[in-house]
Design a binder for this molecule. Sequence first.
Ligand code: PAF
Length: 326
Amino acid sequence: MGIMRTAAAAFLAAGILAAGATASAQTTVKVGYALAPNSHYGAGAKAFEDELARLTGGRFKVEQFPSSALGGEREMVESVQLGTLDMVITSTGPVANFVPEVGITDIPFLFRDTTHARTVLDGPIGQEILSKFPARNLVALAWGEQGFRHLTNNARAVAAPGDMRGLKLRTMENQVHMTAFRTLGANPTPMAWPEVVTGLRQGTIDGQENPISVITSARLHEVQKHITLTRHVFSPALLILSPTVFNRLNDADKAAFRQAAAVGSKAMRDFVDDVERRGVAELKAAGMAVVEGIDTAQFQQALAPAYAEYARRFGQAAIDRIRDVK
Ligand code: PAF
């Protein structure tokens, strides 16, 4: 009896110890992103968090830092590279400064539609680009997305390339985008996202460009009068992990992170699909003047010198390979 009691006590103690060990073995993963929790990035981060907890029995706990709490996207990618931040959900905007191969996805009018973009990014071309990250001390877990980017401004209704002339336009810190807007006659002003709304409010910039998902979640209708549905460039996003975290994981946990990122990406895409269905009507109701579309061929023609530069930079064959994906 005594022996049994001792054995039971030892068993219990071992259980408590094991539980204690499990609790203390929980690893926190800090994830930063630029937008609010009620955005497509917030949806992606939440789905990532839930799936990672499910797959690892709660051994990894995600702590979210939304709304640029940890700085602009370039700064967050830098922190992930240095290992002072574990993970970032970011647009491709600043990423080409770290992994130049990403820049090809930022070429205007490259992707015909969302299906084309998703097929390319999830297929061999997209995976080849992701495979370039480790050499730059970053681990790209998956592509996410924001939708097609559109132009907003306070100066005038933009319908034709000529209307862009002289517009002081905030762009991302991205050479491909800057080349495009310079070629169209605008005055591209690269700026980190946390400064943009203030810049628009104070009039230091006339306009900016972002997808409906961003324009609605950041409430840009409060600081912008005109929107033109230009669809001038598809805006992929990326879920990027620090190698400091990734290299410590065993193979099963590495697979769990990748799987959780795929689920996060799907949540982001579902959110974008939904907001694209209703967002323009909401912006109109909020008082924005909407130019419903543009003559894409006219803009492509005006961009001819920019396309020549992209061909020199990325190779025409690589660009055509993306265009040719059915
Ligand atoms: O315009 C940008 O910088 C990006 O699209 C944003 C809004 C930070 C989301 O990634």
